[in-house]
Design a protein around this ligand. Structure first.
Ligand code: SF4
Length: 183
């Protein structure tokens, strides 16, 4: 169904903050997202986002490009088929990447990983809307974009990957997952 390509690079947090992070702008954009204040891994936060970045010196970035085979890429699928395909590709790779990053955290004491996208650990949905605290705070990780990072710019400038615009009802030629390790 798909193959993957992996891209890795390291940048200092100081440089990343200068060139790729704009907390005010991106967290404002988050307000338009359906996940805003619905998932604990997404804004708004009760902590200072810039200070969160500044606790670390380096950011190890890992991007995985999920490239669909010809019979899938750019083709139209029903909603159910699309869910099945993304479950078997995007969500599977995201899960594997998260597990890999948790191992890296253990190998780098004091580090914390940044998830590729928002948290989906609770299968029945995040209980934030019910006013309940995070069920797995030891496993939940913020994403680069939820901390004001410009993911599009990050992968194009630092990794040489262009983002593809998605067309309604059509599977893209590829997905890109971007995660990180702050250490
Ligand atoms: S672990 Fe569960 S409760 Fe915590 S942010 Fe993720 S979905 Fe929400």
């Amino acid at each position: 169904m798909y193959t993957t390509e992996r891209y890795e690079t390291t940048i200092s947090v100081k440089k990343y903050l200068e060139k790729y992070v704009d907390v005010e702008t991106f967290l404002e954009c988050c307000k338009a997202c359906p996940n805003y204040e619905k998932i604990w891994s997404c804004p708004s936060y009760d902590f200072d986002v810039l200070e969160y970045w500044k606790k670390y010196q380096y950011l190890d970035l890992t991007a995985v490009k999920i490239i669909f085979d010809e019979e899938y890429a750019g083709k139209e699928f029903s909603k159910e088929e699309m869910n099945r395909i993304t479950e078997a590709s995007l969500w599977k790779v995201k899960h594997d990447l998260s597990q890999e990053l948790l191992v890296k955290e253990e190998e780098n004491p004091g580090s914390i990983s940044l998830s590729a996208g928002s948290c989906g650990l609770c299968k029945d949905g995040c209980p934030r809307t019910k006013g309940e605290p995070c069920h797995f705070p030891h496993k939940m990780r913020y994403s680069i974009e939820s901390l004001g990072g410009n993911v599009g710019l990050t992968i194009s400038k630092l990794m040489g990957i262009e983002l593809e615009w998605m067309e309604e009802g059509k599977l893209p030629h590829y997905f890109v997952l971007v995660s990180g390790l702050l250490r």
